[in-house]
Design a binder for this molecule. Structure first.
Ligand SMILES: *Cc1c(COP(=O)(O)O)cnc(C)c1O
Length: 381
């Protein structure tokens, strides 16, 4: 099928990255060509009728522009995201925007409906309590298929322990609530988690949604969510998109009435972004060697929150041989402020630039001002 992104585009762009960083002590750097390439790979999936980018992964305006130009729509989870996408792309057709919030207020739904956007509802209560705002509207209903997946417990969004969706046993109630308020359920939605490498995961979701669909005669679309995994290192095989497509093509043959939609976030942007950070201090303590850099969990929370791993290299000394294993830490006053454990790095000097790879998704988007430290700004290279 299609090629994975050029492995480590940043290796060939070392000089440009260092020049872009300039005198700064940290920054995110994005390559929009990688974003466009990933978007195109998704659009080539024959089984999928429409692809929406889950913009919470990275809502940078230039990234939204690139993705819109490639032909993807947008999946939004808050009023802020809706406003960002409509401000960045004022001419965008509203049918290219989905609103799939969770435990959002009535006012947020009212805003989205007033904008003419398609909304996904995640429980019967919403339809009972706010029935009038959904009267005569087409809505999607989020199901809990029970099929959780993902790289960490905190990113699994299905199953009895998660707050998301309507489980199969409660569908009759949701159906009755939709009927009572005069809403038409035109699509069913499932999003089981983030970071899956099993092509069959989405087939499982499609089957569960198709099994529920006869209860809702208006359903034409099965939205299989996102969660397409991106390898943390070059050693891990990537998600087999061709296998995913083949399994879903088979599903489509058996279920002709339904269109399949997909809404990945991470897959589109993760590999397009790197975090650059200058070495502040190096330290040996007991057995461990620490390399401190100018920013940490305030810019990239994923390692602290999910134990996620990111490849880290010394961009200043890219070809120098490793001198041992180091723990790369930031300047935040928390033990969890670790960007990487057990990283094979050359001897690092104050001022060197370390590069944290695969940081384009859920990086800057989750950053904070904790410790009153400015998180890394974003640059385009
Ligand atoms: C976050 C989210 C996605 C995207 O998840 P990725 O793992 O980034 O692909 C898709 N759909 C919904 C409803 C989400 O909340």
């Amino acid at each position: 099928m299609t090629q994975a992104p050029r492995e480590c585009w940043w290796r060939a762009r070392r000089a440009a990255l260092l020049a872009a960083l300039g005198p700064r002590d940290c920054a995110y750097a994005y390559d929009l060509a990688v974003v466009a390439q990933q978007a195109r790979r998704l659009l080539r999936l024959e089984s999928i009728a429409r692809v929406f980018y889950a913009m919470k992964a990275n809502p940078h305006p230039a990234i939204l522009n690139t993705i819109a130009a490639a032909g993807l729509g947008f999946e939004c989870v808050s009023r802020g995201e809706l406003e960002r996408v409509m401000a960045t792309l004022p001419a965008i057709d509203r049918s290219r925007i989905l609103f799939t919030p969770n435990f959002a207020s009535r006012a947020e739904y009212e805003f989205a409906l007033a904008q003419g956007l398609r909304v996904t509802v995640d429980n019967a209560w919403t339809l009972h309590a706010w029935g009038a705002i959904f009267r005569g509207r087409e809505i999607f209903l989020r199901l809990d298929t029970g099929l959780a997946h993902g790289h960490h417990e905190k990113v699994r969004t299905a199953g009895a322990g998660s707050k998301f969706g309507v489980p199969a046993a409660e569908l009759p109630e949701a159906r009755a609530a939709a009927l009572a308020c005069g809403a038409v359920v035109a699509g069913l939605h499932a999003h089981g988690g983030s970071g899956s490498f099993e092509p069959e995961h989405w087939l499982g979701a499609a089957r569960e949604l198709a099994a529920a669909a006869p209860q809702f005669p208006g359903v034409r679309v099965l939205n299989l969510g996102g969660g397409l995994g991106v390898p943390e290192t070059a050693a891990r095989p990537p998600l087999d998109l061709a296998a995913l497509d083949a399994s879903l093509r088979g599903f489509r043959t058996g279920h002709p009435p339904y269109e399949l939609w997909l809404e990945p976030g991470r897959f589109v942007v993760a590999e397009a972004g790197v975090l650059l950070a200058r070495v502040t201090q190096v330290k040996g303590k007991g057995e461990r060697r620490y390399v401190g850099v100018a920013t940490g969990m305030n810019s990239l929370l994923r390692p602290a929150l999910y134990g996620s791993r990111h490849e880290i290299v010394n961009l200043t000394r890219l070809d120098a041989p490793p001198a041992g294993r180091c723990t790369v830490v930031g300047p935040i006053c928390e033990s969890g402020d670790v960007l990487g454990e057990d990283c094979p790095l050359p001897a690092c000097a104050e001022g060197d630039v370390l590069l944290v790879a695969t940081a384009g998704a859920y990086g800057h988007a989750m950053s904070s001002h904790y410790n009153l430290r400015q998180p890394a700004e974003e640059l385009l290279v």
